[in-house]
Design a protein around this ligand. Structure first.
Ligand code: THU
Length: 136
């Protein structure tokens, strides 16, 4: 259910560790068997060590043994303010590519409005493990 996934992302977002950018991101990843794993961005004084919310959610699910995923909800916005729509960064799209097929759904929301797209729309003509098997 969209609402439950977005609610999980919202609650995760409230726990973001983002003292440098003050931009809080929450992600809720749904596995093929319907479980939800959440992540927040985790920033670092050495800025490059920051991890995005999406990759934290994938890491949690993978560490729990999950390997197949249905969709992810992502919410952004300034710390202390209500959520805004937020699309995944390029690195997170590539991480999704590792584990998800073209139809993997990406949801975001602003207020009550929900926006949805797919991994193939956000990362067309992508590089993946399959690319190394192709001969052309
Ligand atoms: N951020 C995410 O967590 N996910 C994204 O897809 C975009 C960016 C975080 C990283 C950093 O902590 C903050 O948002 C500002 O870039």
């Amino acid at each position: 259910m969209d609402k439950a996934l977005i609610q999980a992302a919202k609650e995760a977002r409230d726990r973001a560790y983002a003292p440098y950018s003050c931009f809080a991101v929450g992600a809720a990843l749904e596995t093929a068997d319907g479980q939800i794993f959440v992540g927040t961005n985790v920033e670092n004084a050495s800025y490059g060590a920051t991890i995005c919310a999406e990759r934290v959610a994938f890491g949690a699910a993978l560490a729990a043994g999950k390997r197949t995923f249905a969709r992810i909800a992502i919410l952004g916005g300034r710390v202390g303010e209500s959520h805004r729509a937020c699309m995944p960064c390029g690195i997170c799209r590539q991480v999704m590519r590792e584990f998800c097929d073209d139809g993997f759904e990406i949801l975001t929301a602003e207020g009550e409005e929900i926006f949805r797209t797919t991994l193939s729309a956000l990362l067309p003509a992508s590089f993946s493990a399959a690319s190394m098997e192709e001969t052309t």
